[in-house]
Design a binder for this molecule. Structure first.
Ligand code: NAP
Length: 280
C-alpha cells in the first residue's frame, strides 16, 4: 500500500506543487484546502502530469474541520504517514499599524493552525511508531524582517514548536523537519498587498510611510529573483522522502547566506544593519 500524505493549503502556490510532486513520488496524496471549490488549478496541474489526488476540505483555523478531515482520512486509508503543514498567510505592518485582531488572525493561521493540525495527526503517528511532519516556516522564522512583525513572530513560534517537538518525536519514530524558503513567486505577495490596502490610516501611519515605501521597493527587487512554488516543493519532497531527513532545510543559496548570519553573529548587529538597509 502507498504511503499516505496529508498536505494543507493546496489551492495555490507551494502547497499545490507539493501535492502534485508527492503524488509523482509515489505517495497517495490527500490535498486539503479550506474551500475545495478552489481546486481547479490543482486538478489541472495533476492532470497535466498524470497523477490523481484526493481533494478534501480542511481549514487550519477550524478545529472541527481538521478533526473531520483527519478522521475521514484515517477511516478511508487507515494511516497518515506524512503531514505537510503548508497553509499560511502573510501580513505587512509594523507593530503600531497592526491591530490586536490582525495579530490574532496572523497567529491563528500561521502558528495555531500548524499546532492544531499537528496535534490532530500526531497521536496516530505515535501509535503507528512512524511518520513524518514537514512544516513551512520561512527565512522570516529565523530572521525578523521589517514590517512583518506579526508574521515573523508567528513563524518564529512555529520554529520553536517544531524544534522542541523534534527530539521527542524522533524517539517515537517520527521525523520532524522545517522548510525555510526566502522569496517565492506565489499568490502570497499579492494577498499581503491586498490586505495592506484594507488597513485604515492611523496617526502612526505617517511615521512609517517613507520606510514602508523603501521596504516595499526593496522587496519588489528581491522578489524579482524569487524561487518558484515548484522549486520549493522539490525541497519538501526531499525532506519527506530522505532516508534520514534533517531538522532544517533552507531552500536557496540566498536564504543560506542570510540565515548563516544568525549563527556566526551572536550579537545580531549585522542582521539589523542588513534588514534595516531596506528602509532607505
Ligand atoms: N511566498 C513566499 O515568499 C514564502 C516565503 C516563505 C514561506 N512561505 C510560506 O509558504 C507557505 C505557502 O505559501 P505560498 O507562498 O504558497 O502562498 P499562497 O499561494 O498564498 O498559498 C497559501 C495557501 O494557504 C492556504 N490557506 C490560507 N489560510 C488557510 C486556512 N485557514 N486553512 C487552510 N488553508 C489556508 C491558502 O488557501 P486559500 O486559497 O483558501 O486562501 C493557500 O492555498 C506559507 O506557510 C507561507 O508562509 C512563503
Amino acid at each position: 500500500m502507498k504511503a499516505v500524505a496529508l498536505v494543507t493549503g493546496t489551492s495555490s502556490g507551494i502547497g499545490l506543487f507539493t501535492a502534485v510532486q508527492l503524488a509523482q513520488a509515489g505517495l497517495a496524496v490527500v490535498a486539503t484546502m479550506r474551500n475545495p471549490a478552489k481546486a481547479a488549478a490543482l486538478k489541472a496541474e495533476a492532470a497535466a502530469v498524470g497523477v490523481e489526488l484526493d481533494v478534501r476540505a480542511l481549514d487550519v483555523q477550524d478545529a472541527a474541520s481538521i478533526a473531520a478531515c483527519v478522521n475521514g482520512v484515517l477511516g478511508d486509508y487507515g494511516r497518515i504517514d506524512l503531514l505537510v503543514n503548508n497553509a499560511g498567510s502573510g501580513f505587512l505592518g509594523t507593530m503600531e499599524e497592526t491591530t490586536f485582531e490582525q495579530l490574532t488572525q496572523v497567529m491563528d493561521v500561521n502558528f495555531y493552525g500548524v499546532w492544531r493540525v499537528t496535534e490532530a495527526v500526531f497521536p496516530h503517528m505515535r501509535r503507528a511508531g512512524s511518520g513524518r511532519i514537514v512544516t513551512h516556516t520561512s527565512i522570516g522564522g529565523l530572521i525578523g524582517q521589517p514590517f512583518t512583525d506579526a508574521y515573523c513572530a508567528a513563524k518564529f513560534a512555529v520554529e520553536g514548536f517544531m524544534e522542541s517537538l523534534a527530539p521527542v518525536a524522533s524517539r517515537l519514530g517520527i521525523h520532524v523537519s522545517i522548510v525555510e524558503p526566502g522569496p517565492v513567486a506565489t499568490e502570497f505577495v499579492a494577498t499581503v498587498r491586498e490586505k495592506l490596502g484594507q488597513n485604515q490610516p492611523t496617526e502612526a501611519s505617517a511615521a512609517y510611510t517613507t520606510m514602508r515605501d523603501s521596504y516595499l521597493a526593496a522587496s519588489t527587487q528581491v522578489f524579482a529573483t524569487a524561487q518558484t512554488g515548484a522549486d520549493v516543493a522539490r525541497v519538501i519532497v526531499e525532506a519527506a522522502t530522505a532516508e534520514q531527513p534533517h531538522l532544517r532545510y533552507v531552500t536557496s543559496d540566498l536564504v543560506r547566506g542570510i540565515a548563516g548570519r544568525k549563527y556566526v553573529d551572536l550579537t545580531g548587529d549585522s542582521i539589523i544593519a542588513m534588514t534595516g538597509s531596506r528602509l532607505g
